[in-house]
Ligand binder design. Structure first.
Ligand code: ADP
Ligand code: MG
Length: 696
């Protein structure tokens, strides 16, 4: 009888792997034999061909073959053995900092050797440092490998050799009993996309045959790689979708809208809702009627009016006798929501309260009490809202604004926090980060997506120009004449460093210089390290036009609404992602007049950077910009590291494999109906014990 579970046994089952090694493998997420099979090389080395030395360039990792011309010990600096070899097409220096007398003797002039290492630039031209090398007798014995050498991700205490041997054993088990490794991708899909079977794909990636080139492996065009990347992406989709199915099965309060109240609300707004806002509101209403938790993401460009849509959802909850929590990523933004909600719900017989970490003492007690006894219908704040000390009377709806600031983890955790008795609140999340459609389908497959694809009428496009920092004086003049026209200006300072302290220091210096250069302009500085009351005072003063120029760090990315400020200068825009720049820029263009954004870069600008800033100049559509950013810099930049950090892929690369995303949703849905039995095994295979999308 065959043991069908061999692949599910601990790696310690394999020869040569003891408890200690097994422990180390755990650090790589390798627990069972099957995990080894899916521990794929992250790169390859090519020892299958010899490169003429004359064709080498720094950065190549290659096999070469040549005759030693001279060998010497250099006492200069760190003592080293250097050796020059040539093959008639060129020469290269080998360098050893650790060496023995035997080595020195063996590398005497005239000796033929083969070397493998990365080529670098050294003092004397190209060099290889500590190459693997072998003395050979004839040039034909130079090549010892017919296949590319896999290089695996390692962790401390593990060697390539050990992993290679372990993987080989696992692969042998599979080839002896192919049925051990189930291929969950149906034949029809394999045919349609010309994908190899799972066994073939695995074999190819661990031990590529002669037909596979290193270039094809690097650029991802090898069908084996595509197939596995596809399977992995599909699994991520299935996992999130599964968690959505589970959550959707929970009970949630039923909000039946009352036409008199909703009409009253809509009529009391100072503007008419756009068609897109009305459509999304209808989608939300339908969700909230279903007695199961709504889980909806509202995507809409900056200024598309998402807040009022969420306020409408809040109205539905209040009408049904439930409370609403509105969470914003920054205090500034929370404050603005508080003002808006307070105005919109004035006359609706509910209390809107505000909670941040700053609120202390009796004021805080009073807010918490009003929540607990149900007097307060809407609470607005930062993530302080979800501390243990906050108890709701009857929470029915959670609204999360600018959700891109929070990762998948937080999103899932919040659902749990909001649970009361057996009822789970509805959840509405909003983001102004326009995520390319296909990426959103993967990343947010646990959410339903609504898109507000229309701006309120009368908004004029922002005129964006790209200028070098050398023209700073022109920019200063422009600010002067702009302020003379009674208009206001933002000056945004950016820094590569994540350090807030450094950002603030830079902004302080800039503000000082601008105050000197612009004596007739009222300048103020706002940054993330200021007390929130001070920030508030400055924002208020800017809003009241007691200030002309606001120097800011990227804290103003969200939450500021000053229609008279129609000019924004962004320093060093090349450091930021396009979507973030687009969001910053969205702070201007909120009034009826023309508005401008000057992207003032530090020369020299790389071609990619020039191209990217050009995209921003050419388009005011956040979705177009996000698509381009995905193309140019990959999803990390589009989504912000904090978020892509949540999705770890073993082999898929969202930029390289973007073409795969198109079909993931369709095929994923097919899986739920046609091969539901494949879902869990795929999740076990690719996500293993990762708790990332665990049931919440
Ligand atoms: P965002 O989608 O970026 O969060 P906001 O909700 O802050 O946008 O809305 C931006 C501005 O547009 C606010 O001042 C808001 O009151 C206003 N607004 C929202 N909807 C409309 C509309 N339909 N017509 C005119 N102005 C609107
Ligand atoms: Mg907003």
């Amino acid at each position: 009888m065959k043991n069908p579970n061999t692949l599910n046994r601990s790696v310690a089952f394999l020869t040569g792997i003891g408890a200690q090694t097994a422990n180390r493998l755990e650090k790589l997420g390798i627990h069972i034999v099957q995990d080894l099979i899916f521990h794929l090389p992250h790169r390859y080395e090519d020892r299958t061909r010899v490169y003429p030395i004359g064709t080498l360039a720094a950065g190549m990792t290659v096999l070469i073959c040549g005759k030693v011309e001279l060998t010497d010990i250099l006492p200069r600096g760190r003592i080293s053995l250097v050796c020059r070899i040539s093959d008639g097409t060129g020469f290269i220096t080998l360098k050893f900092f650790h060496f023995t007398a035997n080595q020195h003797n063996a590398l005497k002039p005239g000796t033929l050797i083969s070397c493998f290492a990365e080529v670098r630039y050294g003092f004397a031209g190209l060099e290889m440092v500590h190459p693997e090398y072998k003395v050979i007798t004839n040039p034909d014995s130079c090549i010892t490998e017919t296949r590319l050498t896999p290089v695996y991700p390692l962790t401390e205490g593990l060697s390539q050799n050990l992993i290679r041997k372990a993987v080989k054993q696992a692969l042998d088990l599979c080839s002896n009993e192919p049925e051990l490794l189930t291929d969950w991708i149906p034949e029809s899909i394999l045919k349609q996309y010309h994908y190899p079977s799972l066994a073939e794909a695995i074999q190819t990636l661990h031990a590529p045959d002669e037909s596979v080139t290193i270039e094809a492996l690097q650029n991802g065009s090898v069908p084996a790689l595509k197939r596995l990347a596809f399977e992995e992406l599909l699994t991520h989709y299935l996992s999130l979708r599964k968690s959505k199915n589970k959550i959707k099965a929970w009970q949630a309060p039923e909000f039946i809208s009352d036409k008199i109240t909703t009409d009253h609300f809509i009529r009391s707004l100072p503007f008419k809702l756009t068609g897109a806002q009305q459509r999304v509101i209808a989608e939300i209403e339908a969700d909230c009627r279903s007695q199961h938790p709504m889980m909806r993401l509202v995507q809409g460009d900056v200024g598309s009016g998402k807040t009022v849509v969420s306020a409408y959802a809040a109205l539905l909850a209040l009408t049904a006798g439930y409370q609403v929590a509105v969470m914003a990523p920054t205090e500034l933004l929370a404050e603005q929501h508080f003002r808006n909600f307070s105005a919109w719900f004035d006359g609706f017989q509910t209390q809107v309260v505000f909670l941040t970490g700053q609120l202390k003492g009796n004021a805080r007690k009073e807010v918490l009490q009003s929540l607990a006894d149900g007097r307060a219908g809407i609470i607005i704040g930062t993530h302080a809202l979800f501390q243990d000390s906050v108890n709701f009377h009857r929470l029915g709806l959670i609204i999360i604004d600018e959700q891109h600031r929070f990762g998948v983890h937080q999103r899932l955790a919040l659902r749990e926090k909001g649970q009361q008795n057996n009822i789970r609140p509805h959840q509405l999340v909003m983001t102004a980060t326009p995520i390319p459609r296909t990426l959103a389908m993967l990343q947010y497959s646990d959410l339903d997506i609504s898109i507000i694809d229309e701006l309120p009428p009368g908004r004029k496009p922002i005129v964006t120009s790209v200028i070098p920092a050398e023209r700073r004086d022109d920019v200063i003049n422009r600010i002067n004449s702009w302020v003379n026209k009674k208009r206001q200006v933002y000056w945004v300072c950016t820094l590569i460093e994540e350090s807030e302290v450094l950002q603030c220091e830079a902004a302080e210096k800039t503000a000082e210089r601008l105050i000197q250069a612009l004596p007739n302009v009222r300048v103020a500085l706002i940054h993330g390290r200021m007390k929130s009351t001070d920030k508030d005072a400055i924002m208020q003063a800017f809003k009241n036009h007691q200030l002309d120029l606001l120097v800011a760090t990227t804290v103003i990315e969200v939450g500021v609404d000053v229609p008279n400020a129609g000019l924004m200068i962004i320093e060093n825009p090349e450091r930021l992602g396009l979507s973030q720049l687009h969001q910053l820029r969205g702070r201007v263009g909120r009034g009826d007049d023309d508005s401008y954004c000057l992207l003032m870069y530090q020369s020299p600008l790389s071609d990619t950077a020039r191209h990217r800033l050009g995209v921003l100049r050419g388009s005011n559509d956040g979705f177009v910009i996000a698509e381009k950013d995905l193309e140019l810099r990959g999803p990390g930049e589009v989504m912000g590291t904090r978020q892509t950090g949540q999705m770890h892929f073993k082999i898929a690369d969202l930029a390289r494999d973007a073409d795969l995303l198109d079909n993931i949703q369709k095929i994923g849905e097919q899986f739920f109906t046609e091969s539901p039995q494949a879902v869990q095994p795929l999740i076990d295979r690719w996500l293993g014990e990762s708790t990332e999308y665990a049931e919440v």
